[in-house]
Design a protein around this ligand. Structure first.
Ligand code: CA
Length: 246
């Protein structure tokens, strides 16, 4: 066994300098806490850590958007009134980019019209400030339960991709396991089967810690090798899309 050093979440690098993508190292739920009030942010961070969450905090909308686009979260706790970019704008942009993590809006604006606005923009839940800690924790548990019972199976050319199990059951019945990165890339493409993705888009959303678009080509190659060339087509001069061009 070649000794490895951990170089990032779910990633190991062996002595030859080759990255090995591993199964999720830690199964704790990951939460993004977006709150500009420093005291409340710290309080939420401490509380959620003590409840077993892996917490990432963002203090303004732009940071929140960046984190939401480049990392995977099991749930996002989102304040509405934020510096730089408003919470609802963050939510809109995340949903437009295909981010499906459940969002709970936490806001001082709590009248029915405010709630409807947040829910219409794609939030799963809405809690007004001041809030009860036990209620917040219960709602977060509820969101995660709903998520785990609705983890999708995505239809891909030649089979079906089980996102949670990170495996493709091919039409001939064979099961093909994917690495974390292969799975993330396939999920991105398969959630919007009609869309052509640029390499830059895929680089930013799937390979946030890399900066060479060549890594996208490499992982497309890996996926085609495992699941056949027809899985992903190259759109010349633009990028990639799921399946054969129509
Ligand atoms: Ca605020």
């Amino acid at each position: 066994m070649v000794p490895c050093a951990r170089v990032g979440s779910g990633r190991l690098r062996n002595l030859l300098g080759i990255d090995i993508y591993t199964a999720k190292v830690d199964d704790s739920p990951r939460i993004l806490v977006v709150e500009d009030d420093a005291r409340l942010s710290t309080m939420l961070e401490d509380l959620l850590k003590s409840e077993g969450y892996l917490v990432t905090t963002a203090r303004d909308g732009q940071r929140a958007l960046h984190d939401g686009l480049t990392q995977k979260f099991d749930v996002i706790l989102l304040d509405r009134g934020l510096p730089v970019l408003d919470g609802l704008d963050v939510l809109t942009k995340l949903r437009q980019s295909g981010v499906t993590s459940p969002v709970l809006i936490l806001s001082a604006l709590g009248n029915p019209a405010d709630r409807v606005e947040g829910l219409d923009l794609g939030a799963e839940d809405y809690l007004s400030k001041p809030f009860d800690i036990d209620e917040l924790l219960a709602r977060l548990r509820g969101l995660r339960r709903r998520l785990s019972s609705s983890i999708p199976v995505l239809i891909v050319p030649g089979g079906a991709y089980d996102v949670a199990g990170r495996s493709v059951t091919r039409d001939d019945g064979e099961e093909v396991a994917l690495s974390e990165r292969e799975g993330d890339l396939l999920e991105r493409l398969a959630r919007r089967p009609e869309q052509v993705f640029t390499r830059d888009d895929l680089l930013q959303t799937v390979f946030a810690d890399a900066d060479d678009p060549g890594v996208v080509d490499t992982y497309v190659h890996y996926l085609r090798k495992k699941l056949g060339r027809a899985l992903i087509s190259t759109v010349r001069g633009i990028g990639y899309r799921l399946g054969r061009p129509t």
